[in-house]
Design a binder for this molecule. Structure first.
Ligand code: ADP
Ligand code: MG
Length: 701
C-alpha cells in the first residue's frame, strides 16, 4: 500500500493548485470549474496555438494573413469617427514601409501613449487596408528610446480559456506549474528503450516542447497534431485508456454469472413460429451470444446492426435462453415509443409460447404500477420491457439473468449499470447485451469498446429494396407536395420530418405544427397526422398508432420518430432542412423507409446556400446506405468527440489524443498494453492513474 502512495506523490497528480502563488480559493474554484485541480492538470492544459515573438520582421516584409512581430516608431495618429470611434496609428521602421494599427475600442490613456515618435513593438495578423497593410487590435508594447527589449526564445503559448481567469494570469500559472515539473527520469513511466524504439521524446521533454516550443519550432506540425511531442502525449493517453478498459474487463470477468446453457425448447419454438427465417448474420450473432451465455461469466456484448437489420428478434432469442432456465430478462429502450414497439413485438412472438411479458414505463402509475412491481419481484413476469423506469430503485427483480439495453448510446453508463445491478448479488452479475443502430467506425470501436465484445449484424433481411435518396433545394417544395399526393393515391404512406437549428422542443413543435397546417391545406384529400416532442405521451402514441394502422396517410413529425419506428408501408420520407442534421441522424431517419417490398425514396430538402460540410454530408447520404461507411465519414467530418460522447462509451474526453488523427497508433498501443498488463501491472496502474484517476466509471463496469 505504501509503495502505491509513493507512486501517487511521485506522479504529482495529487498536488493541489493552491500550492501555487496566486491561487486562492476563488481562483482555485475557477480552475476547478474547468476540471483543473492538480499540477498535472495544468501540465496537460495544452496550448491551442502559438504566437511567434521570437523574431522581428521588417514592416516591408509583412504579408497579409501571416501573423508577425514588428517594431517601429509612430509616424502619425488619427482619431476618427466614421460609423463608430476609430483610432489609427501609423508605424514605420527602417525598411521604409508603413503599417497601420487600427483600434475600435480604446481608452483616452491609450491615445496618449501613441505620441508621434514613440517606439512600439506589436504583434498581429496584417490585413489589406485602405493604405496598405493594417493590423486591427494588435497586441503591442511601448518601448523606451534606449530600451533593449530583447526577443523571446520560445513561442508564446495561447491556452484554451478558463472562465474568470485572464490569459496572462493563466499563462503565469501554467508556467509556475511547469517550473515544478519533475526531472525526466522521475516523471517517466514508459521504458526508455520503448521510447527510443518509437522515436518519441520523454514525457518531460514532450511537455516542455508543447508549452514552450523553441524559436524555429515546427508550428505547422504542432497545429496539425503530428509533432512528436503531441504524439508522445497522445500515445500515453491512449495507452492509459486502453489499459483502464482492459482492467475493467478483467475485473468483470472475476464475477460469476448464471450459466444459461440452453435446453433450447423455447428458442426452437420461437424460431419455428416466426414468419421469417433468420438471416445468416442474425444466426451468427445469436450463436455468439448463445456461447457467451452458456459460460458462468458475465457476457458484455454490443450488437451493432443497421436500422432494420433485425436486432429485436436476436434479443428475443437470447431472452428465451434465460426464460428456459426459469430466470428473468429485462429489455430497456430509451423512448416510450420504441419500448412499446418492442413490447408489441415480444408479446406477439412470446405470449403464444406461454412466456409472460410485462410492461413498465413512466406512465404506468398507481395500482397498475404496484401490480407490475409485484410481478417483477415475484418472478411471475419473465420478460420485462420498459423505459428508464426499469432502472428505478423501486424495481426489484426476482432473478434477473439478462439485461438488454437497446440504443444504448441514448442511455448513460450509470443507467445501464443501475439495470445490471438489479440482478447482482454476492459476486454474481447478470449478462448484458447492448444494441445499437449507430454503427461505430472500426477505429473508434477499437478504442472505445476494447472492453466489450462486439457483434455486427451486417446483412439486411431479404426483400428490402434499397432506398433511393434525392437531394433537392427547398425551392422545389411544390413538386414534393405533388409527389406526396401521388404516393398516397397509390396507397403508400409518407413521413415529413421537420428539423430546426433551435433544438428546443417548443420551437420545433411550433414549426411542425405550422408544416402540419400548411400540408393539410395543400393536400385536403389526405389524412394528415402530427407527432412531436411536446405532445402528451398518449397523444403521440395515438398519432403513431394511427399511422401504423394506415389510418393516416401523411405523418408530419419531428425527429422523435428517429429510432425504431417500423411501418413497412411507408415508402417516402421528406426531411426538411436536411442540411442541419448530422450523418448519423439522417441515416437513422432514412431507415424508417425501405422497410417493405416497395421501392422507397428519401428526399433530403435543403435550404440554400449549403456549407461545404453540409454538401458533403448530403452527398454521402445520396451515395451510400451502408451504415458503417456513413459512420466512418461522420467520424472524418465531425471528429470522435461529437460522434461518441462520454455518454456512449464511458470514456472521458481525451485531453490530447484525437481518435481520428491518432488511430494509426492504436495497434501499437494495444500490443504495448497487453505487455504491460502481464509484465508490469504496477506500471500499468500508475499510467491509468496519471491520466484517468479514479473518478471515471467505464462502459464495461
Ligand atoms: P432493428 O435492427 O432496426 O431494431 P427490427 O428488429 O425492428 O430492426 O426489425 C425490423 C423488421 O424486420 C421487423 O419488422 C422484423 O420483424 C423484421 N425482421 C427481422 N428479422 C427478419 C428476417 N430475418 N427476415 C425478415 N424480416 C425480419
Ligand atoms: Mg430496433
Amino acid at each position: 500500500m505504501s509503495a502505491r502512495r509513493d507512486a501517487v506523490s511521485l506522479d504529482l497528480s495529487a498536488e493541489p493548485l493552491s500550492h501555487l502563488t496566486g491561487v486562492g480559493p476563488r481562483v482555485a474554484a475557477k480552475l476547478e470549474a474547468r476540471g483543473l485541480t492538480t499540477l498535472q492538470d495544468l501540465w496537460l492544459h495544452l496550448p491551442l496555438r502559438y504566437e511567434d515573438r521570437t523574431t522581428l520582421l521588417p514592416i516591408r516584409a509583412l504579408k497579409a494573413g501571416i501573423a508577425a512581430q514588428v517594431e517601429g516608431r509612430v509616424e502619425a495618429v488619427e482619431r476618427g469617427f466614421r460609423y463608430r470611434p476609430v483610432l489609427r496609428v501609423a508605424v514605420s521602421d527602417d525598411s521604409g514601409a508603413t503599417l497601420v494599427l487600427r483600434f475600435f475600442h480604446f481608452r483616452a490613456a491609450q491615445v496618449a501613449q501613441f505620441a508621434v515618435g514613440t517606439r512600439l513593438r506589436c504583434y498581429g495578423t496584417p490585413r489589406p487596408g485602405q493604405h496598405g497593410l493594417e493590423i486591427v487590435h494588435p497586441s503591442y508594447r511601448v518601448l523606451g528610446d534606449g530600451e533593449d527589449a530583447g526577443l523571446g526564445d520560445v513561442l508564446d503559448p495561447i491556452y484554451p480559456a478558463v472562465e474568470g481567469i485572464g490569459p496572462a494570469s493563466l499563462r503565469k500559472l501554467i508556467s509556475q506549474a511547469l517550473d515544478r515539473l519533475p526531472d525526466a527520469a522521475t516523471l517517466e513511466l514508459l521504458p526508455p528503450a520503448l521510447l527510443a524504439d518509437l522515436n518519441l521524446p520523454s514525457l518531460h521533454d514532450a511537455m516542455l516542447a508543447m508549452h514552450r516550443p523553441p524559436a524555429g519550432a515546427d508550428i505547422a506540425a504542432l497545429s496539425a497534431g503530428t509533432h512528436p511531442a503531441q504524439q508522445r502525449l497522445a500515445m500515453e493517453e491512449l495507452l492509459a485508456h486502453h489499459l483502464s478498459l482492459r482492467r475493467q474487463r478483467i475485473a468483470l470477468q472475476q464475477h460469476r454469472a448464471p450459466s444459461l446453457r440452453g435446453r433450447d425448447g423455447l428458442v426452437k419454438a420461437l424460431l419455428e413460429s416466426l414468419p421469417f427465417r433468420l438471416t445468416g448474420a442474425q444466426q451468427r450473432v445469436f450463436d455468439e451470444i448463445r456461447k457467451d451465455l452458456a459460460r458462468a461469466h458475465p457476457m458484455l456484448r454490443l450488437v451493432q446492426g443497421d436500422v432494420g437489420s433485425g436486432k429485436t428478434v436476436v434479443a428475443a432469442l437470447a431472452g428465451m435462453l434465460a426464460v428456459e432456465r426459469g430466470k428473468q430478462v429485462a429489455l430497456a429502450a430509451p423512448t416510450e415509443l420504441l419500448a412499446e414497439q418492442h413490447l408489441l413485438n415480444l408479446r406477439a412472438w412470446l405470449e403464444p409460447l406461454g412466456v409472460r411479458v410485462t410492461w413498465l414505463a413512466g406512465k404506468v402509475t398507481g395500482k397498475a404500477r404496484s401490480k407490475v412491481l409485484e410481478e417483477v419481484a415475484s418472478g411471475h413476469a419473465q420478460v420485462v420491457v420498459g423505459t428508464h423506469a426499469l432502472m428505478q430503485e423501486a424495481v426489484v427483480f426476482n432473478d434477473l439473468a439478462l439485461a438488454i439495453v437497446d440504443e444504448q448510446h441514448r442511455f448513460g453508463v450509470h443507467q445501464r449499470l443501475a439495470l445490471r445491478d438489479k440482478g447482482a448479488s454476492a459476486g454474481i452479475v447478470p449478462h448484458q447485451l447492448v444494441m445499437t443502430a449507430t454503427p461505430i467506425p472500426r477505429t473508434l470501436a477499437m478504442a472505445a469498446y476494447s472492453d466489450l465484445d462486439v457483434s455486427a449484424i451486417d446483412e439486411l433481411p431479404p426483400g428490402r429494396t434499397p432506398v433511393q435518396t434525392i437531394v433537392i433545394s427547398a425551392e422545389r417544395r411544390p413538386e414534393l407536395v405533388e409527389r406526396i399526393r401521388v404516393a398516397c393515391q397509390q396507397g403508400r404512406q409518407v413521413y415529413w420530418v421537420c428539423t430546426l437549428i433551435d433544438e428546443s422542443d417548443e420551437v420545433v413543435a411550433t414549426a411542425a405544427q405550422n408544416t402540419f397546417e400548411a400540408l393539410s391545406a395543400q393536400l385536403p384529400e389526405l389524412r394528415v397526422g402530427l407527432v412531436h416532442g411536446r405532445m402528451k405521451a398518449a397523444e403521440k402514441q395515438a398519432a403513431m398508432q394511427s399511422f401504423k394502422s394506415a389510418q393516416t396517410d401523411l405523418l408530419v413529425a419531428t425527429t422523435v420518430i428517429e429510432v425504431g419506428v417500423d411501418v413497412p408501408n411507408a415508402s417516402l420520407m421528406i426531411i426538411e432542412n436536411a442540411e442541419r442534421l448530422g450523418l448519423a441522424q439522417l441515416h437513422q431517419l432514412r431507415g424508417r423507409v425501405g422497410r417493405g417490398a416497395t421501392a422507397s425514396s428519401c428526399v433530403l430538402m435543403y435550404q440554400a446556400p449549403l456549407s461545404n460540410m453540409a454538401r458533403e454530408r448530403l452527398e454521402t447520404m445520396r451515395h451510400t446506405s451502408d451504415g458503417f461507411l456513413i459512420a466512418e465519414k461522420d467520424l472524418e467530418l465531425r471528429g470522435p468527440g461529437e460522434l461518441l460522447g462520454t455518454r456512449q462509451t464511458g470514456l472521458a474526453e481525451f485531453r490530447v489524443a484525437d481518435l481520428a488523427r491518432d488511430a494509426g497508433m492504436l495497434p501499437m498501443v494495444h500490443a504495448l498494453s497487453e505487455r504491460l498488463l502481464v509484465e508490469s501491472p504496477e506500471l500499468a496502474d500508475r499510467i491509468v492513474r496519471r491520466w484517468i484517476g479514479g473518478a471515471v466509471r467505464y462502459a464495461s463496469a
